[in-house]
Design a protein around this ligand. Structure first.
Ligand code: 5GP
Ligand code: MN
Length: 314
């Protein structure tokens, strides 16, 4: 059951050592939220360690807290430390960081598929981003938001609602963004930093767009990131799916990504269909219009199984 903002503040106050983490394959929301929360806790004199079981995309290094993130191998378990899991639904989503968590756990998240596993939880599925939840908490706590925290939180919110274009954008989302701009967030610099690309990446995009496939009479669009394709895109393939979703007539867009001979990572986006249900059929989850899962199948087979499941839900 959800704690109150006051309960959360009391928990933070009662700990000195705090570990912060978020889901593997961390996105803007995960990293912006980690950055801001780490910044605030450090300003209170807490000993904070931020751990992620994955590589961080370079574009996020512009945010203070992202540069000091460590891998789980560099950390020891400690029963007396508070662990805070941001933007993740369950312990599986944080990869090897789970093994470091032997003490109490706080979970702040906005996914509809949240597994309600923590000692203290604050789950707000009405919020577009974990960054939106944190902004509201900081406001309630009357915590000082520095320009660095404001930038990180604005980035968190903006990336999870497609820069205020997606259906999860509410009046509250915009209010929190407005509060952050007043606290020093710079929307133009944040967008420029995330949009900035290289000639190689732009050419990779041109090539990837050639590979989009249509299914179900044009209502489903998919992109396959085989090992060969990943040679020119690199491992971070998160941005491409939005192009497939834009196609006229397409409701569900997906990517299937080679992660091993029998491991395929799936991302789903939609305009209407509940893709959380589709991802859930394979043990994954997420949101109504953005979800993911991992299939223990080779890429081609995974794609076929996935398309069948999507078609059932159209
Ligand atoms: P993405 O496609 O960007 O990896 O994920 C889309 C959304 O679904 C994100 O909010 C992400 O946290 C969630 N998600 C992705 N994969 C999984 C998964 O395997 N399990 C769960 N529970 N959520 C996921
Ligand atoms: Mn999120």
């Amino acid at each position: 059951m959800n704690c109150t903002p006051k309960d959360l503040l009391q928990v933070f106050t009662s700990y000195t050592d705090i570990l912060l983490t978020a889901h593997v394959s961390p996105d803007g929301d995960a990293l912006g939220s980690l950055s801001a929360l780490a910044g605030w806790l450090r300003s209170l004199g807490k000993k904070v360690i931020v751990v992620i079981d994955d590589r961080i995309e370079e574009k996020f290094f512009a945010y203070d807290g992202c540069r000091g993130i460590v891998r789980p191998e560099a950390v020891k378990a400690d029963d007396n430390r508070l662990s805070v899991i941001l933007d993740a639904t369950d312990m599986q989503r944080i990869g090897k960081v789970a093994a470091l968590i032997t003490g109490k756990v706080m979970n702040i998240d906005h996914h509809v598929s949240n597994g309600h596993f923590a000692d203290w939880e604050y789950i707000r599925t009405d919020c577009a981003a974990t960054g939106e939840i944190l902004t509201e908490l900081f406001r309630i706590w009357e915590a000082a938001i520095t320009p660095a925290m404001a930038n990180a939180l604005y980035m968190a919110i903006a990336t999870d609602c497609g820069f205020f274009c997606f259906a999860n954008t509410t009046g509250h989302t915009l209010q929190m963004a407005s509060y952050l701009v007043d606290a020093g967030a710079e929307p133009n610099r944040i967008s420029e930093g995330l949009e900035e690309t290289t000639m190689n990446k732009l050419k990779a995009l041109a090539q990837v767009l050639q590979e989009i496939e249509l299914f179900a009479g044009g209502r489903v669009a998919g992109i396959s990131f085989t090992q060969e394709v990943q040679q020119y895109t690199g491992e971070h393939t998160g941005g491409y799916i939005d192009y497939a979703r834009r196609l006229k007539g397409v409701d569900v867009a997906f990517t299937v990504k080679w992660q091993g001979p029998e491991t395929t990572r799936v991302s789903l986006r939609s305009k209407e269909v509940d893709v959380n249900v589709i991802a859930g059929a394979f043990g994954g989850g997420g949101h109504v219009r953005a979800a993911g899962c991992t299939l223990a199948l080779p890429l081609e087979e995974a794609k076929q199984v996935l398309v069948k499941e999507i078609e059932k839900n159209l």
